[in-house]
Ligand binder design. Structure first.
Ligand code: HEM
Length: 404
């Protein structure tokens, strides 16, 4: 296989590929900087798959997140429908630092710890809703609604004006992560987020939206479009990713019951388990597009100004030059940072939140549901797979009872 084959990772959008990792391994070994075949995108796009090159790219100032530096087709949020308001992942410094600085404190370890009671309540309520049934699909019942509810709570968006979790995920996915993007979904999504921003201006609170609205008053946010772009960034990044993460975590821990038991008995930590899930099943498979701002060499390959790039965090996180036995799932691995939350200036803003949310959700789920097992063979679970995100599409389970 070559990277230009339709079977290469970048061409798999929406195909429901069960296991992209053999492709990643081939590319990492044979062409760690390889040209991607992307039928709906003009210009040249590269895929980076080795750990060292991926990490180096994530701090390379010659690579820009701003699609105005690309010769190829503009990224979704630069389509002119909502220009020039861009979210965090669409900007470089100094604009990126100005906007990130507005919200970074709201996602610090201390701030996130204060969200613990809210997160616990959301998780308990989600389980209460299906606890009496003895069977359910844990994606629509748990791994989807929990992160969607938590990120809306953090933004101070009350239940009565929220989209349903499934529609919320669908809109963000179709508007931002499919190739080509669904312009009707993009218009709906922008309408939804503008509505939320207007609601929050009329009903300000001591929440992340309130923080941002104060930024409008102090001049740190330029205008209402920028406010909506920030809400869009946090709302989207805060659930698209965690939905995949929770689904992958439940799948892997059910598949490795001895490791799960050791975690619940306190022999292994949730922190270690969460790190290993991020590494082994990287929910964000590849970063947002980067764009080359000057001709450069990377891994012996010449990249031209205006070329675009995807950095495969998933491939990097299974690189044998960085991780021993990378294809083995082991929650007791020695602590070693991986690229599951990215690296550099765009390192995940919600990393602390995602870790605590994961720990609370998984701990309560596995303690409350007795005899929890998957009701289909593990290899029949279909995983969603675009170039960017990956997680199980369904998780049908049975359980014998619940503990309150
Ligand atoms: C396990 C769940 C999560 C994973 C795996 C994850 C992963 C990532 C990754 C890899 C990036 C960098 C992308 C790039 O460089 O192109 C990122 C950025 C980001 N994440 Fe997360 N994320 C998760 C949860 C969250 C949550 C809960 C929030 C809520 C606030 C969040 C907010 C963000 C934001 C706003 C950015 C953009 C940061 C910037 O550009 O400065 N993420 N995330």
């Amino acid at each position: 296989m070559t990277a230009a084959d339709p079977g290469a990772p970048g061409a798999l959008a929406d195909r429901g590929d069960p296991d992209p990792y053999p492709n990643y391994a081939w590319l990492r070994e044979n062409a760690p900087v390889s040209e991607l075949y992307l039928p709906h995108r003009d210009g040249t796009t590269w895929l980076v798959t080795s750990y060292d090159l991926a990490r180096a790219c994530l701090t390379d100032r010659r690579l820009s997140n701003d699609d105005r530096n690309a010769t190829g087709e503009a990224a979704p949020f630069g389509t002119g429908q909502w220009d020039p308001a861009r979210g965090l992942l669409d900007l470089d410094r100094p604009e990126h630092s100005r906007l990130r600085g507005l919200v970074v404190g709201a996602f610090s370890a201390g701030a996130v710890e204060r969200m613990r009671p809210m997160m616990t309540r959301v998780v308990e309520e989600a389980i209460d809703a299906f606890a009496g049934q003895g069977a359910c699909d844990l994606v629509p019942a748990f791994s989807l609604p929990v992160p969607v509810a938590i990120i809306h709570e953090i933004l101070g968006i009350p239940g009565h004006i929220r989209e349903s979790p499934a529609r919320c995920l669908d809109l963000f996915y179709k508007a931002g992560l499919t190739d080509p993007i669904d312009t009707a979904a993009l218009a709906d999504l922008l309408g939804y987020v503008k509505h939320l921003a207007e609601y929050k201006r009329a009903h300000p609170g001591d929440d992340v939206s309130g923080h941002l609205i104060r930024g409008l008053e102090t001049g740190e946010l330029r205008d209402h479009d920028e406010l909506a772009a920030m809400i869009l960034s946090v709302l989207g990044a805060g659930h698209l990713t965690s939905v995949q993460f929770l689904g992958a975590a439940i799948f892997r821990l059910l598949q490795h019951p001895a490791q799960l038991a050791a975690i619940l008995e306190g022999e292994f930590s949730w922190a270690g388990a969460i790190n290993e899930i991020l590494r082994y099943d990287s929910p964000v498979q590849a970063t947002a597009y980067r764009h080359v701002t000057e001709d450069m060499e990377l891994g012996g390959v010449s990249l031209a100004r205006g070329d675009s790039m995807l950095i495969s965090l998933a491939a990097a996180n299974r690189d044998p030059s960085r991780f021993d036995d990378p294809d083995e799932f082991r929650v007791d691995r020695p602590v070693q940072s991986n690229l599951g939350f990215g690296y550099g200036a765009h390192l995940c803003l919600g990393a602390q939140l995602a870790r605590l949310e994961g720990e609370i959700a998984l701990d309560i789920l596995f303690r409350r549901l007795d005899g929890l097992t998957l009701s289909i063979p593990f290899d029949e679970v279909v995983w969603t797979y675009g170039p960017m995100l990956r997680g199980p599409r369904t998780l049908p389970v049975v359980f014998s009872g619940t503990t309150t």
